[in-house]
Ligand binder design. Sequence first.
Ligand code: NAD
Length: 483
Amino acid sequence: MQTIPLFIDNQPVNGSGKQFDNYNPATGEITHVVTGASQEDFEKAVQAAKKGFQVWSAMSPTERGRILHQASGLLRAKNEELALLETQDVGKPIKESIAVDVISGADCLEYYAGLAPSLHGEHYELGGDFAYTKREPLGICAGIGAWNYPIQIACWKAAPALACGNVMIFKPAELTPLTAYKLAEVFKEAGMPDGVFNVVQGDAEVGQMMTAHPDIAKVSITGEVGTGKKVMAASANTLKHVTLELGGKSPIIIFEDADLDEAVYGAMLGNFYTQGEICSNGTRVYVHESIKEQFIERLIEKTKALKIGDPADSETQIGALINQTHFEKVMSYIKLGKEQGAELHYGGNQVKVPGCEGGYFVEPTIFVSHKEEERIVKEEIFGPVMTILTFQEEEEVIRRANDTPFGLAAGVYTNDMRRAHRTVANLQAGMCWINTYNINPVEIPFGGNKQSGIGRENGLAAIEHYSQRKTVYVAMKDLGNPF
Ligand code: NAD
């Protein structure tokens, strides 16, 4: 059995903390043994990162960009190998991991590689005297990942952090430890100096080492709202910067004049991609009363055609849920939906996939609900479970769409340009789409409002979250004695 070590100071290191097994969600088989970090290992990572910071932050931004660019090219060259590993780790279809997971990580490295040399401060004329600002790195940043997009999450955190001259200690989710380690190897191969990108393995306990450590300047976490609150509270003790990328229960609003096929595709993409394990999914689909029947009919017809199967098969469109606990959670919500009176229009069952009997497969599931207060309408399920609700008026649907503590994303389908922008202006969400859904290129900022998060990843916006300004006032004339 292959062991997954930590990666500290550009070297694999066997962790001396808790050991744990890594499973393939499609088969339930153990694929690797992971050595978790102890407090002592974590200290080693911090010391390595401190030394790494001296070297990395002193390099020119162009040199840093060159290494990030090199790493991006290596990721692209290793796409197939890494995508297969991601599929084995997460259970998502290989078709997806080849098209999105590694490539979106490479895009992110490439984007910030290009940006690094252009990051700069500002100059202020003050009538003789002047001032300038320097954009400085924060220091050692901790990245904490969720299990649904492991390598993408690692890149979305590492790329802007490193471009700004910070160093990083990254902890992948304990359920998906494989590709963060591979990313560290790629960085090393690209010429990254020792100690700049370190990986520690483990669960919440290791995460807590990160939030507690006085030498960590910033924590960026992707995870559940409850975890985000704990991270923010723990980080407050040493007043760390935080970026919180958390969960959601996002609305998709489909007006009566929408292109029906496009709306159906958007709703499917926003509910069934990665078997529904996506934070920004539009799991509350508000359809105008007048088109409800056609929408549901078309949606079911297309959903029926989805191929559930072995994630390693290139034809598969719906893979396995991450583990048994999560599978049970998703199935319990489906049961709850039925009990609380939602109409089950499609799916709702476990699927047994030949050759993957130990896997956790669930049919794409479509409910129609008449009660906004049902738990399947209110709570994040994080599985392939869509709930359709109907509405009549624009104002009414906006009020209902906003009636949630979450504020991650929202979608609007209409061909009325003014209505599209008016609706989006009134929606409480960090990421909105008009006539599409869940498209997140690296150029645009991504993140949540309300309890879905704080801060932004991607785009120029992320630079603000990985750097700090130093203002320098320069006197060109004597002050003289003011007293
Ligand atoms: P999780 O909150 O259980 O765990 C996330 C990470 O936090 C893991 O690495 C875990 O080990 C660590 N952790 C847990 N407790 C901690 C603590 N007290 N201190 C420090 N670290 C701690 O989330 P998950 O189950 O891995 O991922 C699913 C969740 O992530 C969903 O809610 C989903 O919506 C969200 N998510 C959000 C985004 C986004 O960009 N907004 C993207 C992907 C996933």
